[in-house]
Design a protein around this ligand. Structure first.
Ligand SMILES: [Zn+2]
Length: 665
């Protein structure tokens, strides 16, 4: 059996986003959907993904494990947002009217707006204020289903300020959203370097190459180096100087390419083995062919972790990262040739490009919709682009971006009936649960406590972890589970708890010292049984859900009928075995109560009577559940043996209850 500490079940679809073969990163049209699937995790990693039936047969959940009911929602890998300008001060909402009045991006920048206005606002922040902003934005991203994010510097543009930004990102590394920092000192030329001589742009490139890059790489402050290669930013030759220096330092490379004009940045990125080329509005057919050729010759095997010694030497094939948010916001009518890229087998990723000037959007779901409506991607292509291909663009495809055994347990349960809704709906979509490395980090659209302790959520956690009131509400509802079997197990668990209580009251009193040696093991055993019976509250519901699932299997052909019959018998057998276990533990609790009665503190006598009666009720209820499922379980021998044991236990529990009543009456 596979051990699990977390199971996500009850989903309409598990969208794995797994590649069809380990070496194939194309075929994004296939998002790898498992209808009604289950994901199981242990120690932060995915240990099982498959059908509910296969999960029941091969996965066992730890007694302290968590079972999450996706309630007919959709489970996806956490989004991987591969292009953001997350750390910045100030918004640029005042530019909206200027833009609407017809001013271009370049005109706004020339008038003192644009990137340099954000540079001023960012430099004005204290390091701790910047860190707070970063953390708040990461919270918002997490609540919107993003679990891995790339974040670029580039609004400092001076030695000191660029370092302050990267240090703020480094301090936020403990946030549940995994941060991959990128040094974008070459975003535009720093404001102090727009004159001549020591204040020239050449001097700025020298600052980046000779001072900033060695310090950033030496202190491990960024995994990647990015350059904005475009009109008003950096030339191809300046970029080559900067990027080659970054490569020599072992940093991964990515570039802003062909956004406002075609510069040849993509060819440079290919030559340098970049992880990604981003934007690509003005990519030409030759560039598409060159990217495709790089993927054919290098594939993913060329990869090495950015920041590692090998990364400097390895040549990656660049992922095409397109940014529909920026196209939308800039009302750009020239689109990146996304269909041509996909047709040529180039992996396409989508990202928010979150920044205050051209894409003030930090959630991925609106980007999915824009990718479809503006760039002509299918919803499944957009989903793969936002997960697996985002991970590929960041060189973390071996850990995140898909739901596959061995990968990090980064999962999002979406409260939508089908995956298409993620691209189809305009506006907020509720993220029911966000899981990072196997831990719940947000639920019902809200970040969980900073302590990272797994919250117990009504309707999503294990039944046994609900509040009493919530459990009773669920029990009272017309949902098939929890039912009488779960209620019986809970009664048994309460009986065990009362036996423990009575034992503790006696053990804590010196007057009954003579009874202590006998009561110590009674208390210990009751504690164990309490835990097992509490676990059975959920196991019983799960068993019945299995029966319901088997009954829903198709029954058109003879083959289907036979498969359904076998599945039904196996589910009923399990649905009989679980309450049989409840019955067995309940009679054991009843026995403990009976052995405690003669030696227990008599002031707790009524508690012991309640324990005995609850144990008897638990046994009786469990027995009724065993017998109702025995008929279809397909084994007369199993049924006969179970009936025989139940009869004996029922007599014994009645005797125990009578004896305890007699003792304390
Ligand atoms: Zn950008």
């Amino acid at each position: 059996m596979i051990r699990a500490d977390l199971i996500v079940e009850g989903a309409a679809e598990i969208v794995t986003c797994a590649a069809r073969s380990p070496s194939s990163h194309s075929s994004p049209a296939d998002a790898g959907v498992i209808p009604g699937g289950v994901v199981a995790c242990a120690d932060g990693a995915i240990v099982f993904v498959g059908t509910a039936e296969a999960c029941r047969a091969s996965v066992t959940l730890d007694p302290s494990g968590l079972r999450i009911d996706a309630r007919g929602g959709v489970v996806l890998p956490g989004f991987v947002d591969a292009h953001t300008h997350l750390p910045f001060g100030g918004w640029r909402d005042d530019e909206l009217e200027k833009r609407l009045a017809g001013a271009s991006y370049q005109e706004i920048a020339a008038a003192g707006g644009g990137i340099l206005s954000t540079v001023r606002a960012t430099r004005a922040l204290t390091p701790s204020a910047l860190e707070t902003l970063v953390r708040e934005r990461l919270d918002a991203m997490l609540e919107a289903g993003t679990t891995t994010v790339e974040a670029k510097s580039g609004y400092g543009l001076s030695r000191e300020s660029e370092l302050v930004i990267l240090e703020a990102l480094a301090r936020a590394a403990d946030h549940p959203v995994e941060l991959l920092p990128t040094f974008l000192g070459a975003h535009v030329v720093g404001p102090e370097y727009r004159g001549g001589g020591e204040g020239s742009r050449a001097a700025y490139v020298t600052l980046v190459v000779e001072e900033l890059l060695p310090e950033v790489a030496g202190r491990g402050l960024a995994r990647f180096c990015d350059v904005f290669i475009d009109q008003g930013a950096f030339t191809l030759e300046e970029a080559r100087t900067i990027l080659e220096a970054a490569r020599r330092l072992g940093m991964g490379i990515r570039v802003h390419a062909e956004q406002l004009s075609r510069t040849g940045a993509t060819r440079l990125a290919i030559a340098l083995g970049a992880y990604s080329v981003d934007h690509l509005e003005r990519l030409d057919a030759g560039d598409v062919a060159a990217l495709a050729a790089a993927w054919t010759s290098r594939g993913q095997d060329a990869g090495a972790s950015p920041g590692s010694a090998r990364a400097g030497a390895a040549l990656r094939a660049p992922v095409a990262v397109v940014l529909p948010g920026a196209s939308y916001f800039l009302r750009e009518t020239v689109r990146p040739p996304v269909r041509a890229l996909i047709a040529a087998g180039v992996p396409v990723a989508i990202a928010t490009d979150f920044n205050p000037g051209t894409s003030p959007c930090l959630a991925m779901t609106p980007i999915l919709g824009l990718a479809c409506l503006l760039f002509g991607m299918t919803p499944d292509e957009a989903i793969v682009a936002a997960t697996r291909h985002g991970a590929l663009a960041l060189g973390v495809e071996d850990r995140v971006g898909s739901i596959e055994t061995g990968k990090q347990a980064d999962l999002v349960v979406w409260d939508v009936p089908g995956r298409r809704h993620l691209a189809y709906r305009i506006g907020p979509i509720a993220c029911a649960v966000v899981i990072k490395r196997g831990r719940i980090v947000a639920h019902e659209g809200r970040r969980s406590g900073a302590s990272g302790a797994a919250p117990r959520i009504g309707g999503l956690a294990m039944l046994v972890d609900l509040t009493t009131r919530q459990f009773l509400e669920k029990l009272a509802s017309d949902a098939p589970t929890p039912g009488g079997g779960s209620a019986s197990a809970l009664a048994g668990a309460q009986a065990a708890a009362l036996v423990e209580m009575v034992a503790s009251l006696t053990l804590g009193n010196e007057k009954y010292a003579a009874a202590h040696p006998a009561l110590e093991p009674i208390r210990a055993k009751a504690a164990v049984y309490r835990g097992e019976l509490a676990d059975l509250v959920d196991r019983d519901a799960e068993a019945y859900d299995g029966v319901v699932a088997a009954m829903r299997l198709p029954k058109q052909t003879d083959e289907e009928k036979a498969a359904r019959k076998a599945a039904r018998a196996s589910a009923l057998r399990y649905a009989a075995e679980i309450p049989l276990k409840t019955a067995e533990l309940s009679v054991a609790v009843s026995d403990l109560a009976a052995s405690a009665a003669p030696i227990a503190n008599p002031s707790a006598g009524s508690d012991l009577q309640v324990a005995a009666m609850l144990a008897e009720a638990a046994l009786g209820g469990a027995a009724a559940n065993v017998r109702i499922n025995l008929g279809g379980a397909g084994s007369e021998e199993f049924a006969a043996k179970a009936n025989e044991r139940l009869d004996a236990w029922t007599r014994r529990a009645a005797e125990n209850a009578a004896a305890i009543r007699a003792k304390f009456a």
